[in-house]
Design a protein around this ligand. Structure first.
Ligand code: AMP
Length: 136
């Protein structure tokens, strides 16, 4: 019995930690969706969540984020075609809800040149002021 316990302890110590697969880290937006981090969520459905940007660049600045944590626009595949269309239709709905009758802009930042900072693809919806072109 004693020996069996010792063996069990040895097995536990030998196989704990390093042998386990790493726990996958949630993205910031997943934590907000799961209510583990605060966020101002305006809309959600089975596919995506729309939340106000914490550092707004226009009177209305909303991020439309798929529940699936695809890291970037570059990582999208043909399987995501319907999802991407859905993100734009949600942007259209949120724009109407926000009263953006004079227009708005939608943006995907992709990669470092575009200054993407959160590796969970998201569509920016900006409106409520006159914008310049080209963007900075
Ligand atoms: P991007 O730079 O295109 O990856 O966009 C990331 C956006 O997420 C930026 O506009 C940030 O201001 C915004 N952001 C960062 N942290 C939060 C947060 N906790 N809640 C809402 N928006 C955030």
């Amino acid at each position: 019995m004693e020996l069996a316990l010792l063996l069990l302890r040895w097995l536990r110590d030998a196989f704990s930690g390093a042998m386990l697969p790493p726990v996958s880290e949630k993205t910031l937006f997943q934590k907000i969706m799961d209510r583990e981090e605060p966020g101002d969520i305006l809309y959600e459905d089975d596919l995506c969540v729309a939340l106000r940007d914490i550092n707004p660049q226009a009177p209305t600045h909303v991020l439309i984020v798929p529940r699936n944590p695809i890291p970037s626009l570059d990582a999208l595949t043909e399987e995501d075609e319907t999802l991407v269309g859905h993100l734009f239709l949600v942007a259209q709905k949120v724009a109407a809800d926000e009263g953006l009758t004079d227009g708005y802009r939608t943006v995907f930042n992709n990669g470092s040149d575009a200054q993407q900072t959160v590796a969970h693809v998201h569509l920016h919806l900006l409106g409520g002021r006159r914008m310049s072109w080209p963007p900075g």
